[in-house]
Design a protein around this ligand. Structure first.
Ligand code: GLN
Length: 378
């Protein structure tokens, strides 16, 4: 077989989670909580199944859920999305991302991404015959150098992919970034794919800069959101995409043949659960406490903490500890010290290794305690 993705292997999240399972290590690699989702939510799924929500949902998602998503988006970002034409329920954030890229990227279209970047972007672009134009961000702050973005733009630039809060770096877009972005795309035929799966995980009282807030950005944006991160239920694989009607029409052409529709009972349950906005209001404080707890524990280690303004990831530099490659060190720490992490080099298309590891802190306090106890021995 002639591979369509010759440079792509199995994703690092699968590889490191498997190694953690094999060695019995504490798994701070792949991003998911080690505590359960709210029991009320599980009861609502059972109820939905008993109430007969067991056949195909409409292709774009149950209307009761799309209505709640519309209300939530309006409350959070003051933006009105029409549930009928501008919201589609997806099988998680990754499907929304893949579908948006396949819907609008033609062969030889250029797509700008910022690395380190979530690994699905580049592969989805390449599968469509698009060209990845990656710009490397510099640690420790990983700010976007907008003057360099300007220089990367050509008549073939069709899309810019943004991710705030960013995986893996935990950096977030500021209002200044938004102003720069608006100046760059204004009057241009450029789409934005905004991966906002960590929209509620923004710390220190800062505001999430959703593309939905800004008409100039919103009119060209696909916004990918995840209920897995919102309700501690990553295994449900459910999320959604927001986009203006003309873009959503193209998105749905692909969506219907990729998954047709998403599982019905979970949609019904989430629709009911979302009626109470308190279910997401407490999330920033909940995760900030975990971030602070983990950072505080690591202060006694030889790792250097990088800033973390959002997401559920803490990056650390091990420059002062060893010269090993990050991929080798992540494996060695898993095997020898019993804590699995993600080497940040996995988020680059080039061989870039700043000697940084990513740890997921969306874990119970006792898990974080045990992990820290082991990491301070390194
Ligand atoms: N987004 C999650 C992470 O970065 C994992 C997603 C996945 O495993 N596909 O760890």
């Amino acid at each position: 077989v002639t591979s369509k993705l010759p440079q792509t292997g199995t994703t690092i999240f699968t590889v490191m989670s498997a190694l953690a399972a094999e060695t019995g290590a504490i798994n701070l690699s792949q991003g998911f909580p080690d505590y359960d989702c709210p029991p009320e939510l599980v009861d609502l799924v059972t109820r939905a199944m008993k109430d007969g929500f067991n056949q195909y949902a409409p292709m774009a998602g149950l209307m009761i859920l799309r209505e709640q998503i519309s209300i939530k988006t309006e409350k959070l970002y003051g933006a009105t999305y029409n549930p009928d034409t501008e919201i589609t329920v997806t099988a998680g954030g990754t499907q929304a991302i893949f579908t948006a890229i396949s819907a609008v990227i033609h062969p030889n279209d250029e797509v700008i991404i910022f690395e380190p970047a979530y690994d699905s972007y580049a592969s989805a672009i390449k599968l469509m015959g698009g060209i990845v134009k990656s710009l490397e961000l510099e640690p420790p702050d990983y700010r976007i150098p907008w003057d360099m973005v300007k220089r990367l733009i050509t008549s073939k630039t069709r899309m810019i992919i943004l991710n705030s809060p960013q995986n893996p770096t935990g950096s977030i877009l500021s209002k200044t970034d938004i102003d720069e972005l608006i100046a760059i795309v204004k009057g241009q035929d450029i789409f934005i794919l905004s991966d906002e799966v960590y929209e509620h995980l923004v710390y220190d009282g800062q505001e999430h800069q959703s593309m939905a807030r800004y008409p100039e950005l919103r009119k060209r944006s696909f916004i990918a959101v995840s209920f897995g991160k919102l309700f501690h239920s990553t295994g449900w694989k459910i999320g959604y995409c927001l986009a203006p009607a003309n873009l959503m029409q193209e998105f749905r052409k692909v969506h219907q043949f990729l998954v047709f529709s998403v599982n019905t009972p979970m949609q019904a349950a989430i629709a009911e659960y979302l009626k109470d906005e308190n279910v997401y209001a407490g999330l920033p404080a909940f995760f900030q406490q975990k971030r602070d707890y983990f950072r505080n524990g690591l202060k006694n280690s030889r790792f250097k903490l990088l800033p973390c303004q959002g997401s559920y990831f803490q990056c650390v530099s091990y420059q002062d500890i060893t010269d090993e490659k990050d991929a080798d060190l992540a494996i060695r720490i898993t095997r020898e010290f019993g804590v699995a992490s993600i080497p940040v080099s996995a988020f680059y298309s080039k061989a870039t290794d700043h000697h940084i590891l990513r740890f997921c802190f969306a874990k119970r306090q006792e898990t974080l305690d045990k992990a820290v106890e082991r990491l301070i021995k390194i």
